[in-house]
Design a protein around this ligand. Structure first.
Ligand code: UD1
Ligand code: UDP
Length: 366
């Protein structure tokens, strides 16, 4: 029997949120671990605020790679991760999701004699223009343990010739995260009062994805579509803005329409409280599509495709792209839906399942 020492490689807001349940589970089971932060996200509002609020220990290592072009950013992570893992000597490394930090973690580990597990494996948008799609595909093909959220994602992996013995269907840790924080958010968050919001009178917008905000025409169309929804349904749209989107608004000199209220990025409890009480969520985020589905809040996705088709299948979400007419039409439909769908992403025991599987597979002492 060996000790199951785990190193978590993470770098961005959604990875911190979705790995938190696994890290907590390690704490509960006294499983030793370390956290290697790439530093891809570094602003307090995207980074430390989540470590603090989710009561996670500070990272043991931080590569502080910061922002930059894909090649430079990923290369700096690769070099740093390799060096630290050789020193840290974990039994297994875990990465989560589809960011450049995940790509670097999985790729670095694939050349070392230490297995790497990919949490949220098998998601596919089939859009190779998205950097995230490349990152997912590579992480899945080099990963040793692939934790697929649903049977759908398992099928995608099989279709790409990946052996069944590397795939485990576990649900998504986002369900664990929502279950662990939803009540706490309702109890502790004062965001509705702070923003003077009445429930049922507002919608929530997030838009940060490169293919939307880095293209001024798409970004302006998206905002115009959201404005129409706000006017037609008399909803105020709250937009906690990602720094990337704020930078592009400034660069392209785009004015956000009046009915959309731009606010700072929110911490997790405040964001969950906004999400749970919104009439409608409009988003291009991956995690937000899942959370809206779990919270039974109708969602309109401001993209041409989604790697979360389960949300469409259960009727929780519609794909609207960025054309104003489609955003308006999808929003109208979603505002009329019965919010009775079943969450397809598991029952909130994903973190436990992942650790059980790792224990068995590595024959480690848990
Ligand atoms: C990254 C992920 C994306 C994920 C998102 C989560 C990739 C390719 N993209 O996008 O999949 O949905 O994180 O939020 O990995 N910036 C700051 N402070 C920070 C970090 C970034 O101001 O702490 C600004 C910088 O201007 C930077 C820009 O945001 O240039 C983009 O940051 P980057 O890490 O390249 O990608 P994200 O857009 O955050
Ligand atoms: N989120 C948050 N505050 C915000 C916006 C989002 O806490 O102001 C959380 C949200 O609840 C979800 C995650 O961040 O769990 C989604 O991250 P993001 O949209 O940045 O990335 P993606 O999921 O698209 O990769």
């Amino acid at each position: 029997m060996i000790d199951l020492k785990i190193t978590f490689v993470l770098g961005t807001r959604p990875e911190i949120i979705k790995l938190a349940p696994v890290i907590r589970c390690c704490d509960r089971r006294d499983i030793p671990y370390s956290i290697l932060h790439t530093g891809q996200h570094y602003s307090d509002a995207l980074d430390t605020v989540f470590f603090d609020q989710l009561e996670l220990p500070a990272p043991d290592y931080n590569l502080e790679v910061g922002s930059g072009r894909h090649g430079k950013q990923t290369a700096a992570m690769l070099a740093g991760i390799e060096e630290i893992i050789l020193e840290d000597k974990p039994a297994v490394v875990l990465v989560q999701g589809d960011t450049n930090s995940v790509l670097a973690g999985a790729l670095a580990l694939s050349k070392l004699d230490i297995p790497v597990g990919h949490i949220e494996a098998g998601l596919r948008s089939f859009d190779r223009d998205m950097p995230e799609e490349t990152n997912r595909v590579v992480a899945d093909h080099v990963g040793d343990y692939l934790f697929a959220p649903t049977e759908h994602s398992q099928e995608y992996l099989r279709d790409e010739g990946i052996d069944d013995d590397r795939i485990y269907v576990t649900g998504n840790t986002i369900v664990d995260a929502v279950h662990q924080h939803r009540e706490l958010a309702a109890e502790k968050s004062t965001i509705l009062q702070d923003l003077a919001l009445q429930t049922t009178e507002f919608g929530l917008l997030t838009a940060h994805r490169a293919e939307n905000v880095d293209d001024p025409e798409r970004f302006e169309n998206l905002l115009e579509g959201v404005r129409r929804v706000a006017v037609t349904h008399d909803l105020e749209l709250i937009y906690p803005i990602h720094p990337r989107a704020q930078d592009r608004l400034d660069e392209f000199n785009i004015a956000v329409p009046d009915k959309i209220r731009v606010v700072d990025p929110q911490d997790y409890l405040d964001f969950l409280q906004l999400e749970a009480n919104a009439e409608l969520v409009l988003t291009d985020s991956g995690g937000v599509q899942e959370e809206a589905c779990i919270l039974r809040v109708p969602c309109v996705t401001l993209r041409d495709n989604t790697e979360r088709p389960e949300t469409l299948e259960v009727g929780a979400n519609q794909l609207a792209g960025t054309e104003p007419e489609r955003i308006a039409a999808s929003s109208k439909q979603m505002l009329m839906t019965q919010q009775e769908w079943t969450n397809p992403f598991g029952n909130g025991s994903t973190a436990e399942q992942i650790l059980e599987i790792l224990g068995k597979e590595t024959e480690a002492h848990l």
